[in-house]
Design a protein around this ligand. Sequence first.
Ligand code: AVJ
Ligand code: FE
Length: 375
Amino acid sequence: MAVATHIAGALEEARRRTLALVAPFSDAEVETAHSALMSPLVWDLAHIAAYEDLWLVHRHGGEPLLHPEQAAMYDAFETPRAVRGDLPLLDRGEALAYLADVRERALAILDRRGPGEVHEMVLQHELQHTETMLQAIELARLPTAPGLVAALRPVAGTGLEAIEIPAGAFAMGAPDEHFAFDNERPRHLVDLPAYRIGRTAITNATFLRFVEGGGYRRREWWSDEGWAWKEEYDITHPQGWAAGPEGWRQWRIDGWSPLHPQEPVVHIAWFEADAFARAHSARLPTEAEWEKASTWTQETQGDVWEWTATEFDGYPGFRAHPYREYSEVFFRDGYYVLRGGSYATHPRVITPTFRNWDLPQRRQIFSGVRLAWDA
Ligand code: AVJ
Ligand code: FE
């Protein structure tokens, strides 16, 4: 019973976060697709409800879906982001009612049958979507209610200071005792030679030196794909930066602020992180290097997602479970792994083994960079 009460409380807390995110906005702001990259916020709301209906009411509770006719429209795989703005989606009021109705049933089932592994999955799913919604909100330059994102902690140093990690094997992946997504398993031994890795993420001040030092004009620092992307979209600085008479400013969640030199740089693409690393005779860490070092480099962990050199794939012996479309459909399809977490990530999602992923040109994600070097 104590476990059921705990999970019910956590589900309620996640729901307060979801609802607080959309509370300040007009119906039109919630229902419009602000960017082709992101869903209308109302899609996320109804999707969270549909997901909970499927896993907690139907699969865990054995009851019929509340809204079987909505299942396909709110299935992430069947209905990709780019088309979500053109669908006859539920309106805001309908989506909020869907959330509340499913939650009532899910809590009644939880009372009756007790919790299962799927409860933590559904909880994490909702929390992940609150971060996705924050990406959409930031891209749309809508203001965010206070208290929903953590303050970025200033970094002591430049981000270029390294620590050396000795050679040796470590156990990579999530231990069996607690919930983890399938892509974090099985836990397996990985042997690494010695290497150096940044003690912290790279700061704005350090990234600004790259920008002002011609970093976006030096062909030799960029991959072919990265250069083509940068040229096509005329990328000359991280997303949300603007140069003005009073210096550089940055659009951050709640509006414009002066670029803070000691905060970690955020909203850079993998291509930019990779070019920055080459400009410093460094490279991105592999995700194994990142995870092995995570007990040594905790200072800024969880402030910005950190791009790694590793393309998203299953660990040896991977088994899709229980939600097949969560990970497997993205393996070996050009996605790069990010590690850590960000100021927009709920702390429950942040663990040393959690794997996030995105395409190398994406920078709506709260992404920064940590460097690595061969020892
Ligand atoms: C782990 C953030 C890459 O948004 O595609 C949410 C999370 N999966 N619903 C994504 C997810 C299904 C996922 N990321
Ligand atoms: Fe989802």
